[in-house]
Design a protein around this ligand. Structure first.
Ligand code: ZN
Length: 438
């Protein structure tokens, strides 16, 4: 067994737990944690000096469209419908090479800021999944569909929705041997996907066991339109079509109607809360305390950088706690540790039900180390407080995923970051100039 030991360090094994002067060890072959307890003596040459470091479970970004990094800052201060028009015009000009470049930059950004896995809806194919696999990250990838005949990204991929559903199952079979890569059916939303398609996906999922990722009840307008067209909320509508009987991951759920919380609390259902995106687009504030009280399994996500503008999960943790307190005018309504749990264990349930998102012997070695010697960690009284309210992605020094080192001393090992930045700068500038000329 090839074991790597990290000591002496502070460990936050899960939300609300702290171990000081501890040792954490894992096996690189099994990818699992082998020891967590008091230091066991001098380190060997391959071990990691943990002095001045904190270890926590890897962050899971429970909802994003990661390849959209080319759109960072493209349309910041406009109403939602204008934003959608700007984003759509940009996306229609994306080529397959643009998408791959955008994804590479996103992978580097996520890894550097302590994210070990992400749940993503985009035009996924073998090449893109291969890039994630190469970087050593976990992904639940949902190839997006917008209707049976609709083509989402004509330049990048002109596959219509019906063929994309078949391709999703084929990709799941192709990557079945890769424990870090999972697939889900990517229904964009009930306002873009017809009811017969939603029912079709529910049937497919019941047969082949592939989960589903869908946007639901993001805006008040969407809910009102659903009530007008179908006589029910988006959440109730897809439940009536059988979609919430299986494994379904719901993005947003900002505006539940009566009875919706009970539907979202069903056993196979997980929900991604995206506080920064919801605030930036003015979509509203999700009733997170009511979801927690109602037993809804919640993860935390950034959504795309077009509505964020970073993939730093520490921003979601802090803002997610603050917005609930401000809205309720009550600081007791939610704790920082609630958001930390959502960003780790909550997201783990959404990306792969076999993951726990906690550091414990026998669990996956998805470990993030942070530097806790800087000014924002001083005095270092409560590590949980630091993680919820003072830490940033830039504090992350090392990341291990399934026991493989993917970031060491703030360097992403499998991606040339400078090249990824240069490529995205060049490609984004090309598209912006095309839009100006159009
Ligand atoms: Zn989204």
């Amino acid at each position: 067994m090839s074991e790597i030991r990290i000591a002496p360090l502070t460990v936050v094994p899960s939300a609300g737990q702290v171990m000081r002067n501890a040792e954490l060890a894992f096996c690189t072959a099994s990818g699992r944690i082998t020891y967590l307890g008091p230091p066991r003596g001098p380190l060997g040459p391959n071990d990691v000096d943990g002095d001045g470091r904190l270890a926590m479970p890897g962050l899971i970004n429970a909802h994003t469209h990661s390849a959209m990094t080319l759109l960072r800052g493209h349309s910041d201060d406009v109403p939602l419908h204008t934003w959608l028009t700007h984003v759509r015009a940009f996306e229609l000009r994306l080529t397959a090479a643009d998408v791959l470049a955008g994804l590479r930059l996103a992978l580097a950004e996520m890894l550097r800021s302590g994210t070990v896995g992400f749940v993503d809806m985009f035009q996924w194919d073998s090449t893109l999944l291969g890039a994630v696999s190469e970087a050593g990250m976990r992904v639940s990838a949902a190839p997006a569909v917008f209707g049976y005949d609709a083509v989402a990204f004509p330049m990048a991929d002109a596959t219509p929705g019906a063929a994309m559903l078949d391709r999703t199952a084929a990709l799941a079979a192709e990557f079945a041997g890769d424990p870090l890569v999972g697939l889900a059916y990517g229904l964009h939303a009930p306002y873009t996907c017809p009811p017969d398609m939603i029912a079709d996906v529910a049937r497919r999922s019941a047969v082949d066991g592939i989960g589903v990722h869908i946007h639901l009840s993001e805006t008040q307008f969407e809910v009102q339109e659903s009530l007008r067209r179908f006589g029910s909320s988006p959440i109730r509508q897809v439940a009536d079509l059988g979609l919430l009987d299986g494994r379904v991951h719901v993005a947003h759920a900002v505006h539940p109607r009566e009875g919706d919380i009970e539907l979202l609390a069903r056993p196979g259902v997980t929900v991604a809360h995206n506080p920064v995106s919801n605030l930036k687009l003015g979509a509203g504030i999700a009733p997170v305390p009511a979801y927690i009280a109602g037993g809804v399994q919640l993860g935390l996500g950034t959504d795309s950088v077009a509505s964020n503008n970073t993939l730093d999960m520490f921003e979601e943790i802090k803002n997610g706690a603050l917005v609930q307190r401000g809205y309720a005018a009550d600081p007791a309504v939610i704790a920082g540790s609630d958001l930390f749990r959502m960003a780790t264990a909550g997201g783990a349930a959404a990306i792969d039900p076999t993951l726990s998102g906690v550091l414990a012997v026998g669990e996956a070695a998805d470990i993030v180390l942070l530097d806790v010697t800087g000014t924002t960690a001083t005095p270092f009284g409560d590590p949980g407080s630091f993680l919820a309210y003072a830490a940033h992605g830039t504090d992350v020094t090392d990341v291990f995923i399934a026991g493989r080192g993917v970031v060491r001393n703030r360097v992403v090992l499998a991606i040339d970051e400078a090249a990824a930045r240069a490529e995205v700068t060049e490609r984004a500038a090309r598209i912006v100039s095309e839009l100006v000329e159009a």
